[in-house]
Write a protein that binds this ligand. Structure first.
Ligand code: G
Ligand code: G
Ligand code: MN
Ligand code: NA
Length: 253
């Protein structure tokens, strides 16, 4: 996949756009947030694999360019959701490469001011790998975002090198338990034990917990019993186009 040529030959060929997946408050199942997820569609109408496209953007050095487009588009589309309460937030994924580039500060500020959006409406999702080297560039960015009122959460938690004890020292507000654990916990006692201990540690450290990939009523009930904070997954909604998102918000209101 030649992302670079796709980009330079014009986005009139391959369309980029964002889908948004609702994240619910576990307590009352109201809308807590929307996660922006990148989508690529070819002229023939096929969706390209997002993970592969993001990876291609990372290796070709275009991720910051795409990232800036994501900030601009997501912040503007989110701002335009007039029926949504000001308690609802927007989650945006950050690639490790994007975090390393200095332009990210200005890209976020420019997009937020263009959309009239305060940074305290934002949640940034990062991966565990970002914290491996205790890198100052990373820590400075995350600290800056949190000082501006944004939240930072660790995505796909449990799949990386997580020693639970290191969590205490990181500039993060919460974790999202990877959906592989949620998927298996009803059948597999080990997966359930992992979920329970992740939740217990996060709660002891005052970190929010999101369960990803909630697909069944059983998973939903279990996570609510464990006092997980947020639930996300097909049980509530798949990722939605911006048009379908407006309908979802109106129905929930
Ligand atoms: O939405 P989907 O399951 O197709 O996403 C596949 C992968 O691509 C996920 O790991 C997701 O985190 C990543 N991804 C989706 N959208 C974005 C984005 O806007 N930025 C980054 N960095 N990653 C994204
Ligand atoms: O890595 P990240 O957590 O950002 O990836 C999110 C991806 O997970 C989204 O692309 C979305 O399509 C996918 N996803 C969200 N909810 C569910 C779910 O309930 N089941 C499955 N199988 N995938 C989901
Ligand atoms: Mn994510
Ligand atoms: Na995930």
């Amino acid at each position: 996949l030649r992302l670079a040529s796709l980009l330079t030959e014009g986005s009139d060929k391959t369309e980029f756009f964002l889908h948004y997946q609702p994240i619910m408050q576990a307590r009352d199942e109201s809308i807590a947030s929307f996660e922006a997820l990148m989508r690529f569609r070819t002229p023939s109408g096929n969706f390209l694999n997002t993970a592969r496209m993001i990876e291609a953007a990372e290796t070709s050095g275009l991720i910051s360019e795409i990232g800036a487009w994501i900030f601009k588009t997501a912040f503007a589309e989110f701002s335009a959701l007039s029926a949504v309460s000001d308690q609802v937030r927007l989650n945006v994924n950050l690639s490790p490469q994007q975090v390393q580039a200095n332009r990210i500060y200005k890209d976020i500020e420019d997009a937020a001011s263009a959309a009239g959006l305060s940074l305290n409406r934002l949640v940034f999702e990062v991966t565990e790998g970002l914290f491996l080297n205790n890198d100052q560039v990373t820590l400075s960015l995350l600290t800056w975002l949190r000082n501006k009122g944004a939240k930072v959460v660790i995505d796909d938690f449990g799949t990386g090198y997580s020693s639970l004890s290191y969590l205490r020292k990181l500039p993060v507000d919460g974790i999202k338990i990877d959906r592989s654990f949620i998927m298996n916990m009803e059948q597999d006692p080990d997966a359930l034990a992992v979920v329970k201990s992740i939740v217990a540690v996060a709660q002891a450290l005052d970190l929010s917990v999101t369960a990803e990939g909630v697909e069944t009523d059983g998973q939903r009930k279990l996570m609510r019993e464990l006092r997980c904070d947020y639930l996300q997954g097909y049980f509530y909604s798949k990722p939605l186009s911006s048009t379908d998102l407006i309908a979802f918000v109106q129905k929930a209101a």
